[in-house]
Design a protein around this ligand. Structure first.
Ligand code: XIL
Length: 348
């Protein structure tokens, strides 16, 4: 049987996000599967600001470097995730003197120092960077999200980040990455943002659609519309964080609407022991319809990355409710390929 990376070699890279325990030698079996099946690698958490740069004067590249080594060993493209985001970024980044918030000049200087140091450290080793993550708003009538980056620097924090990243590694690809981009209003918002960046000669190569989906959302036709719309701007498109939540439930907008509830409610954790074969088949069918869209647009798409290797380590066991048993990925908790894996291989 061919591997996933072989099956899609002529179409796009097939990537996986891994925790550091898989790349640093602690999880040998997971490492073997990941290293043979996938052609791209994203650190799930270890290149975020809080991991690489926890204190103003301290950078720690130990875990990040383990990904460089793993990617080289297994001939995988390494994706840097992520430089500028409102989440998993320490509080001090946005603080100024005496309990005041930082001002524009200070925050821009911090952003530049971080990007220079991090992108400089990984120069020639990281294939592409998620430069800005999740800057768009989910609210109708609002363009950019209300984040400390935007409040303190202004809307041009995005452009600034891309220019800093390009200066630090002119050969790395640079991406804008966000979720919910198959939703029509957010797609339109993204198109407007990306068009602005292009008009201003911002060095951006591609847009990442995260791809945190569920069994019912989104309609693959809406995913397809977004791929086409972004590609028409002259950008490559990547699916960067693909997983399919099989648990209840998300609102039609794709935004979690159950964050206040309890996992102990069995209605919210219906597959605690095992996933029924019917649901497993629904998952395979969803992945099949999505990959049919991706293949139809293989000229536009440069990479499809899964947000995790196996169900036991998916963030969706804990999001948006902690402690559930979810089944969003291609390998089960014993690292065996699921029907979804076989289904994708068949159409590759
Ligand atoms: C998630 C990780 O998977 C979790 O382990 C962590 O606790 C929170 O972040 N969008 C992103 C990713 O861009 O970085 C997030 O990853 C998932 C949502």
């Amino acid at each position: 049987e061919p591997t996933l990376r072989e099956s899609f070699e002529k179409d796009f890279l097939v990537g996986v996000a891994l925790p550091s325990s898989t790349v640093d030698g602690r999880e040998v079996d997971a490492a073997t599967v990941a290293g043979s099946q996938f052609s791209a690698l994203t650190p799930e958490n270890d290149m975020k600001w809080a991991s690489l740069h926890p204190h103003p004067e301290r950078y720690d590249f130990t875990r990040g470097d383990a990904y460089v080594h793993f990617a080289e060993q297994h001939h995988m493209k390494l994706i840097g995730h992520t430089l500028v985001w409102h989440s998993q970024t320490p509080e001090w980044v946005f603080q100024g003197a005496e309990g005041q918030p930082a001002d524009r000049e200070l925050l821009l200087a911090r952003m530049k120092d971080h990007i220079d140091t991090v992108v400089g450290h990984f120069r020639g080793k990281v294939h592409g960077w998620d430069v800005v993550n999740e800057a768009l708003s989910d609210s109708p009538g609002e363009d950019l999200r209300d984040s400390p980056w935007r409040r303190i620097i202004g809307d041009d924090f995005i452009q600034q980040a891309f220019h800093f990243a390009h200066a630090a590694d002119p050969t790395a690809q640079l991406y804008y990455n966000d979720y919910g981009l198959a939703q029509p209003e957010k797609r339109a918002r993204a198109v407007r943002l990306l068009q602005r960046l292009i008009d201003q000669d911002v060095p951006i190569s591609a847009v990442g659609m995260q791809g945190h989906y569920s069994l019912s959302w989104p309609d693959p036709a809406e995913v397809e519309k977004s791929i086409i719309a972004f590609h028409q701007l002259g950008l490559k498109v990547m699916i960067t964080e693909l997983d399919i939540d099989v648990l209840p439930s998300r609102g039609a907008s794709g935004i979690a609407d159950i964050a206040r509830t309890e996992a102990s409610d069995p209605a919210l954790n219906p597959f605690a022991d095992t996933l029924p074969a019917t649901v497993s088949q629904q998952l395979a069918d969803r992945y099949t319809s999505l990959f049919q869209v991706f293949l139809r647009h293989h000229h536009a798409i440069s990479r499809v990355t899964f947000w995790g290797l196996h169900d036991g380590r998916s963030w969706l066991n804990d999001f948006p409710i902690r402690g559930r048993t979810n089944y969003p990925l291609l390998f089960d908790r014993s690292l065996q390929p699921k029907p979804a894996f076989e289904a994708i291989l068949r159409i590759g």
